[in-house]
Design a protein around this ligand. Structure first.
Ligand SMILES: [Zn+2]
Length: 275
């Protein structure tokens, strides 16, 4: 029974067709309803566009930079803007330059604390000392500088959720506070409650595992139909850009993550027993 389910899931993932047409239609629907579609930095620089209906488009590029590029082309064709947050593992120079050269926002989807915890085998919250936070802050400052050196000024930052964050129970954005904003010269971090509270609705996509259902109560179409004034729409290119080769790639990535999870789990169990 379980095997049948696993095989069914793999077949589903392997043959999932592209959803980019659906994404295009969604943008067209928003535009035809009078919405301004823009990036987080632009939204902030224009102090939230008073009097306008706005959808702030945020993309977290977790695994699929080519998919990000395809989404960018769809948006560019419609003369709108958005924000793309790249992890170091997805930061393809050519793609980032193409996206940023026409006024879109690009930035870092940082995972500094998770990387640090993985490296030093820190597997529980109690081991994340002040010293660790301090170290991670200087690493993140350096990452911001490196990213800026390569791709231009960072205006906002976004934290990625990695397996070690879940293990430790602390998100990467614990590293950032208003003092850090000043130091780095950035407007905000996407999980800053002050910023989130400015949105009337926050909506995120989800994976094939959950049938791509929209999260947080409303679909974008419902939010648009309800004329909600300020919407933040988070999408991940790997939930939209499908195709046989891409699907095989994603299956291999999923397998790698599964193995990492098992490895992490065994390590934490061993360490707990030892303690
Ligand atoms: Zn992410």
């Amino acid at each position: 029974m379980l095997l049948k389910k696993v095989i069914g899931n793999i077949i589903n993932k392997l043959f999932q067709p592209s959803r980019l047409e659906e994404y295009s239609s969604l943008l067209d629907f928003a535009i035809s309803n009078g919405y301004l579609l823009t990036s987080l930095a632009d939204w902030y620089e224009n102090k939230f566009y008073p009097g306008r209906k706005v959808i702030v488009l945020r993309h977290d590029v977790d695994f699929n930079p080519e998919g990000a590029y395809k989404m960018f082309l769809i948006e560019k064709e419609r003369n709108i803007k958005s924000t793309y947050y790249f992890r170091w593992s997805t930061a393809r120079e050519k793609i980032i330059r193409a996206i940023s050269s026409v006024g879109f926002e690009v930035s870092l989807h940082y995972e500094t604390l998770a990387t640090y915890c993985r490296k030093y085998k820190i597997y529980q919250a109690g081991l994340v000392s002040e010293e660790v936070i301090k170290d991670c802050r200087s690493i993140l400052s350096k990452e911001v500088m490196d990213f800026e050196f390569k791709f231009g000024k960072i205006r906002t930052l976004s934290s990625h959720g990695e397996i070690w964050n879940m293990k430790v129970g602390i998100p990467n954005h614990i590293l950032i506070d208003t003092r850090f904003y000043k130091e780095l010269g950035i407007y905000f971090e996407t999980y800053d409650q002050n910023v989130l509270s400015k949105f009337d609705k926050y909506i995120s996509d989800s994976s094939i595992k959950t049938n791509h259902e929209w999260q947080y109560g409303l679909t974008p179409t419902e939010a648009i139909n309800n004329q909600i004034k300020c919407i933040c729409l988070l999408t991940h290119p790997h939930h939209w850009d499908y195709g046989l080769m891409q699907n095989i790639k994603m299956l291999l990535i999923a397998l790698r993550i599964k193995l990492q999870n098992i490895e992490t789990h065994i390590y934490c169990k061993k360490s707990n027993n030892f303690n």
